[in-house]
Write a protein that binds this ligand. Structure first.
Ligand code: HEC
Length: 108
């Protein structure tokens, strides 16, 4: 009977150890340099230039123009979706602004 109790205890410990093992971190998130490479592949010079024009025209309406070099890519990816929505940009415009900003963002 004692053995049985010990067995149950060991089993409980084993189960809780398995449950507490952290799950493997998702590796799907692209690195900043992959993102820049994607942008350079997918956007033309003309689209980048339009992104810059839109950025300068629409991103200083509520606050000063926050230059791309002020933040790194991770920070921009966090802030930009909110801001392009605030600036009422459509997906194509937001894409071009993102392309311009990420290719000029602070590198770390
Ligand atoms: C309708 C007003 C409005 C427009 C248009 C707007 N912003 Fe903002 N922005 C805000 C407000 C409000 C904050 C502060 C609160 C926040 O971070 O959400 C802010 C904050 C920021 C910050 C600072 C975030 C931080 O944590 O330091 C950055 C960078 C920024 N905006 C960039 C942009 C860019 C780029 C655009 C153009 C795509 C843009 N904003 C358009 C209202 C706006």
């Amino acid at each position: 009977m004692k053995k049985f109790t010990i067995l149950i205890m060991l089993a409980t410990i084993a189960v809780s150890m398995v449950q507490c093992t952290p799950k493997k971190a998702a590796t799907t998130e692209k690195s900043p340099s992959d993102k820049v490479a994607d942008i350079k592949k997918n956007y033309t010079e003309a689209q980048m230039a339009e992104g810059k024009t839109l950025f300068e025209a629409d991103c200083a309406k509520c606050h000063r123009l926050h230059q791309p070099e002020e933040h790194d890519i991770a920070k921009w990816e966090n802030v930009l979706p909110r801001m392009t929505k605030r600036a009422k940009m459509d997906d194509a415009q937001a894409g071009m602004v993102r392309a311009y900003i990420l290719t000029h963002a602070k590198m770390n």
